[in-house]
Design a protein around this ligand. Structure first.
Ligand SMILES: Cc1cc2nc3c(=O)[nH]c(=O)nc-3n(C[C@H](O)[C@H](O)[C@H](O)COP(=O)(O)O)c2cc1C
Ligand code: SF4
Length: 587
């Protein structure tokens, strides 16, 4: 019997008033306090919350930061994102394993230390990064890894490790209207109230604001649809999951512009008629939670949140911070809503879209952090807020990392050439740029005249630079493993396809690849793009195939039979089998 997990479960159940809605929050707290959510804790939660044990077990198995077996007293996750690897995370792992005497699986003999990898911690410009007992630790190079090993062997708690390691500041390199102008708390809400929903949405339309989370969907259309559905309740949800490797601009906004975000959420609420909002914050950003709660409290005291906002009787809006528990796919809006409802983050079948049937089946706006911040600026200053040269509208935040002298946050006008960003961030000897994360576009240096979001090269914010010393196969392999790790497993094409692709990548890495493997990845890609349930499965083959197309030599040196041609044309075979089936049907 695990007394620690039982005690934690009892305490958390009491804190959350046995409210089943908060099951994931309760489990996350138990994990942090007791090191696991084991069978004893599950039994107590099942009794206390009235949720079947199998359902609770499935939750623990779904989220990567929840565990059935106890993790060590020192619970370490080293970020395995490509940007961390470029900054030396493999060497860091080696030092920690050696200095702490860990097994290849990352355990100390006494079970006091656990070391694993995790997909991406959102500290891409300050890696190698680590999450230690829930604390984000930056710049864990080999020197810092040795210091960490010493602290652990001396029994120093993570809470007492040097503050500077945990002080995550944001390097804002280039400011546009959002990062450069100071907004007055309450001014945007006041104007939105004065204009009313119709004109507020019209202002967003003139501004051309599009969703900054990746899809670029026009924000005014979303708000208008949500508002116009007949419903007794509506919700505003801020997507602060930011799991796309190479993206950290939302982290900076949450850290330094939380006031603006809350203003934008409240503008949205008064426009669509919502009384409740949630900020879905990724587990890795725990260090931002307390200050977000402080901002919420301060705004409540200032009459900008809570009951009768700005003295308007009956205009009420509460915002809650809800923590994720480790799942990239929970950034997909419908998966995020499932997670908010305390379930596994499996994307829903769409339509219906969240704007018509979202949280608890009610119309819901899910917007990215940045989108809501721009909405605040636009409502305070009018659509002119986002106009730039030639009176063209629209700006976008980029998170720039990788091989460049000035990594950080850049606010750029829409339509900026990639080459301009490269010059500004001090990138030289550029080989390639990954724009939009693993599922985005790999751009070779020759293509750097192409334009940034939304209509040419799209991105939710990730911009990773690779110089000529980088092996582009390693990059593609890292991205392919990322998808295999993050597939939620709901649909077979993605669950099996991402694993198969990772295996084939490993085979090529080991020098046993063949042209046939690439052909098979093409075939898998066709199945996955057509039959996968969400964007993750649909994009999973993109890195390997585009890298093969644009940097074939990085594959050729590892392949046994570069010139191999399959004995038959796979496409023609599929087409012919379709014809046979239809001939049989018609006869
Ligand atoms: C696998 C996957 C992961 C996603 N992750 C995020 C994310 O971390 N943050 C985000 O804002 N949008 C993410 N999205 C996009 C959301 O589904 C959604 O389009 C977005 O939150 C809408 O907000 P916007 O209109 O303001 O962009 C993701 C989509 C997919 C398919
Ligand atoms: S495509 Fe992948 S991530 Fe998306 S629902 Fe299917 S299994 Fe899950």
């Amino acid at each position: 019997m695990s007394t620690a997990s039982r005690a934690a479960a009892g305490q958390k159940l009491a804190e959350y008033n046995n409210n089943p809605v908060n099951v994931l929050q309760i489990m996350r707290q138990i994990q942090l306090q007791a090191g696991c959510v084991d069978a004893d804790a599950i039994e107590m939660l099942s009794d206390g919350l009235g949720i079947p044990r199998a359902q609770l077990l499935a939750l623990v198995q779904f989220y990567s930061f929840l565990h059935l077996e106890p993790r060590g007293k020192y619970d370490l996750y080293l970020s395995d994102s490509i940007t961390d690897r470029m900054l030396g995370s493999l060497e860091t792992a080696e030092v920690l394993t050696r200095e702490l005497g860990l097994s290849p699986e990352g355990h100390s003999e006494d079970g006091e230390i656990s070391l694993s990898t995790t997909s991406c911690t959102g500290l891409c410009e300050r890696g190698p990064a680590m999450i230690a007992n829930g604390h984000a630790i930056q710049r864990v190079d080999t020197k810092r890894a040795k210091e960490i090993a010493k602290l652990i062997t001396s029994g120093i708690p993570v809470e007492d490790w040097p503050v500077v390691w945990k002080a995550i500041d944001d390097v804002i390199v280039k400011k546009g209207p959002l990062l450069g102008k100071t907004l007055t708390p309450g001014a945007a809400i006041e104007r939105a109230m004065r204009l009313g929903p119709h004109l507020t949405i019209a202002e967003l339309e003139v501004s051309g604001l599009r969703g900054c989370g990746g899809a670029g969907f026009p924000t005014h259309l979303k708000w208008e649809t949500c508002r116009s559905i007949d419903a007794d309740q509506r919700f505003v949800v801020c997507n602060a999951d930011e799991g796309e490797p190479g993206t950290f601009k939302d982290r900076a906004l949450l850290n330094q512009y939380a006031e603006v975000l809350l203003e934008g959420m409240t503008v949205c609420a008064v426009t669509i008629g919502a009384k409740t909002g949630y900020i879905y914050l990724r587990h890795e950003y725990e260090f931002l939670r307390a200050q977000l709660l402080q901002h919420i409290e301060a705004r409540r005291e200032a009459g900008l949140l809570g009951r009768n906002i700005l003295g308007h009787h009956g205009t009420d809006f509460e915002v809650y911070v809800y923590m994720g528990a480790g799942s990239y796919v929970c950034g997909e809006e419908s998966a995020l809503l499932e997670s908010l409802e305390g379930k596994r983050g499996i994307p829903r079948i769409r339509p219906p879209f969240p704007v018509t049937r979202g949280l608890w089946g009610k119309p819901t706006i899910v917007n990215n952090v940045e989108t809501l911040c721009y909405a605040a600026g636009i409502l305070e200053h009018g659509a002119a807020f986002v106009m730039h040269k030639g009176n063209e509208p629209g700006w976008k935040l980029l998170s720039v990392s990788g091989d460049c002298a000035k990594p950080g946050i850049y606010e750029i006008p829409l339509g900026t050439p990639i080459s301009e960003v490269l010059a500004e961030c001090g990138a030289s000897d550029v080989q390639a740029i990954q724009v939009g994360g693993p599922g985005g576009e790999l751009i070779s240096e020759e293509e750097s005249g192409r334009l940034l979001p939304f209509d040419d090269v799209n991105t939710g914010g990730s911009f990773i630079v690779f110089d000529s010393t980088r092996d582009m196969f390693d990059v593609a392999s890292n991205f392919t493993h990322f998808f295999a790790h993050e597939s939620c497993g709901f649909c077979t094409p993605c669950r099996a396809g991402t694993k198969l692709m990772a295996q084939m990548t490993d085979k090529i890495l080991d020098g046993h690849g063949a042209r046939l493997d690439i052909d098979q990845i093409h075939t898998l890609n066709r199945v996955m793009t057509q039959a996968s349930h969400c964007g993750l499965g649909q994009k999973a083959a993109v890195p390997i195939l585009t890298t093969f197309e644009k940097f074939p030599e990085s594959f050729h040196q590892r392949m046994e039979d570069v010139d191999y041609k399959p004995a038959f044309d796979v496409d023609a075979a599929i087409e012919r089998s379709r014809e046979i089936v239809s001939e049989e049907r018609s006869s």
